[in-house]
Ligand binder design. Sequence first.
Ligand SMILES: O=C(O)CCC(=O)C(=O)O
Ligand SMILES: [Fe+2]
Length: 278
Amino acid sequence: MTDSTATALAEFGSTWKPEELKSERTQQTALRRARGEVPGLQDLLNEAVTTVRTSLAVVIESFPRDATALVIAAGALGRVDPIHNGPTPDSLVHHVIDSEARPYRDPDPFHTDSPLLAHPHAYLGLLCVRPSPAGDGQTVLVSATDVAAEIADPSHLRALQDPCYPFAVPQKSADDEPSFTTHPILTLSGADATVRYCPVRVPAGVQRAGRAVDDEHVSALRAFERALEMQHLPTVFPLRAGDLLLLDNRRLLHGRTDVGPEGVGRHLMRVKVYDVKQ
Ligand SMILES: O=C(O)CCC(=O)C(=O)O
Ligand SMILES: [Fe+2]
């Protein structure tokens, strides 16, 4: 993004209050006006949306580090969700900040976001406000198609598509009954592959479900996990300040490498987006 587009978008964003942008209608009104008023934005967003649809991810460089600009631009992919984004139930933009303590600096292994929802968000936007000065905390991406291609046994691929994999639901209090929801991990349709996975919720779910998950499905899950560890599969890159990564949350798994002590305060802003068909 050119500096003049970024400045004009940030200025445009400052005329909107975050709470005004909670409804899809207002988001789309703001986006329509921004496309008309911010020089260069229309072409840039059209190209970014096309790239996400065809290549599953795109990075827009030199994006303004501004939450409102982020919500407005992410609206080009669909409805920015004000509800299911992070622990606070009402946040269009969630701040991901690597803090002092482990495990917050440990690697964040491959996962998809919102894995417990019936329809996980279609897209994520991750805007880098402050990277780790040491250059660690790099982003890792891998596609469901590449992971599926690494699984040689067709019976594993079949089993992974069964909607029987337990994802542990977080307990609100210690008295809550431990529960889980079940979903497929991979879904293959022609050349298209979608994925839903969390390296915390799935193992905990398998433990809670006990014998309800049979050996065939456990062994398919192990094959999937082994494929995720294949070193040649992921794309690894640093997000620099002002980089906005837009990604397909159903066709890509994402994560990041660990963050050393210097990276405390690494800061991303995250939005979650539904596609318009829902
Ligand atoms: O810290 C990162 O780079 C990844 C964060 C992430 O996975 C998320 O916010 O969904
Ligand atoms: Fe994530």
